[in-house]
Design a protein around this ligand. Structure first.
Ligand SMILES: Nc1ncnc2c1ncn2[C@@H]1O[C@H](COP(=O)(O)OP(=O)(O)OP(=O)(O)O)[C@@H](O)[C@H]1O
Ligand SMILES: [Mg+2]
Length: 376
């Protein structure tokens, strides 16, 4: 998808040109060619990257590619290849398709279908006979011919830390390594722990490759902007104070604040406090975690509780013994393995390496820790 085609204008978007410039300036200084950003979920990473950073990069003469590994966690390689290919001009795409052995006939026909040549590319790259490694090489070869440098944004980059993607991660690192002056990369994600593993562990392909830093969060200016806009449309205006209060109460989370604003717009007569308590009830209801928890099998609950506590010996004799005690029936290594498999299938848990598991959502992990404390 081309950036400008997929994003509708959003009047509620609070622009952050200075922040975008700061990142781009740092790349221009050539001090680094990659950065890693993390912030908790729903704090505005993706919105900034897509609506502020990438368009600003294009204005500075970069080609821009965005890929979200979470949307394609089973095949990050083909997701990356498509996003890189979309940064190319149609001729470049054609050249890639030709290399991959797509008959020109097929490409021509697809130019008439919705999505055109890019649609053809998507379809082609996801074809089972296409080796993503070969496709990546071809796309990079085309990119190497471009005059413009490329800014590549990899959102939800923590997916790369998964053991099953190790080979791809190494290939990617190698490809980027030799192009440091032409390809700048931003890795973003919500799991600081997992990103740290990626960049700070000597055995990981991206060891020491990018500086990892917190993503600057939205604050007072964002609130002021939103309240001002709201007041242009609302019958009953809100003060900045009321807005700030709601933002604080919602743990300074932009997404939740926007929900508050929406609720208030619809039920202005009920007042801001009513809108706030409605929003809080719906977003912080530990209800969601509770629902997720209750839906789990007992063995899964026990295993995830062990992970939340940082116990890693799930498969060991001691781990299985604990599982047996807590389950109240005989557990085996296999019981633990199956629980872990289910938790991974539901994307609750990620396997980083043999025997090394992480709970994806740090908020859920925290909720579990609070629930099981004090230690039994
Ligand atoms: N700059 C902004 N202006 C207005 N609203 C914003 C802005 N940034 C974020 N938001 C609001 O917060 C929501 C969440 O933002 P976003 O999806 O970018 O968060 P995220 O950090 O990428 O979260 P996740 O880790 O879950 O992917 C957006 O859908 C939007 O409602
Ligand atoms: Mg995001």
């Amino acid at each position: 998808m081309k950036l400008h085609e997929t994003l509708q204008p959003d009047p509620w978007h609070f622009v952050r040109p200075e922040l975008a410039d700061a990142y781009l300036n740092a790349f221009d200084l050539k001090l680094s060619s990659a950065r890693g950003l993390f912030a908790r979920r729903r704090m505005g990473k993706t919105e900034f990257l897509r609506r502020d950073l990438l368009p600003a990069a294009q204005q500075r003469g970069y080609l821009a590619a965005y890929t979200n590994f979470w949307d394609s966690r089973s095949s990050p390689a083909s997701a990356l290849v498509s996003s890189l290919a979309e940064a190319l001009e149609p001729q470049g795409i054609r050249a890639v398709l030709a290399k991959l052995g797509t008959p020109v006939r097929k490409v021509k026909a697809s130019a008439k279908i919705p999505g055109g040549i890019e649609g053809a590319l998507e379809a082609e790259l996801s074809a089972p006979e296409v080796d993503p490694g070969v496709a990546l090489r071809e796309v990079l070869r085309q990119l190497d011919r471009q005059k413009k440098p490329l800014l590549l944004v990899i959102d939800e980059a923590q997916v790369l830390a998964r053991a099953e993607h190790a080979e791809f991660a190494h290939a990617l690192r190698a490809a980027l390594d030799v192009r440091k002056d032409r390809i700048k990369v931003i890795f973003a994600g919500s799991s600081e722990t997992t990103l740290r593993e990626m960049f700070a562990r000597a055995s990981e392909p991206f060891y020491n490759w990018a500086a990892l830093e917190p993503f600057p969060l939205l604050g007072d200016e964002f609130v002021a902007f939103t309240i001002k806009l709201l007041n242009r449309m609302a019958r009953y205006r809100l003060t900045l104070e009321q807005g700030r209060h709601a933002f604080e109460e919602l743990h300074r989370t932009p997404e939740f604040f926007k929900r508050f604003v929406e609720r208030y717009m619809l039920y202005q007569l009920d007042g801001d406090e009513a809108a706030l308590s409605h929003t809080k009830a719906s977003v912080f209801s530990d209800e969601n975690f509770l629902k997720q928890w209750t839906a789990m099998k007992t063995a899964d609950q026990i295993v995830i509780a062990q992970l939340a506590r940082g116990e890693t010996d799930i498969h060991s004799a001691a781990g299985v013994k604990r599982l047996t005690q807590m389950l109240g029936r005989v557990a085996t290594k296999n019981t633990a393995a199956q629980a872990l498999r289910r938790l991974q299938a539901q994307n609750v848990v990620t396997r980083l390496a043999v025997g090394d598991y992480r709970i994806e959502d740090e908020a859920f992990a925290e909720w579990i820790r609070r629930r099981i404390a004090p230690r039994r």
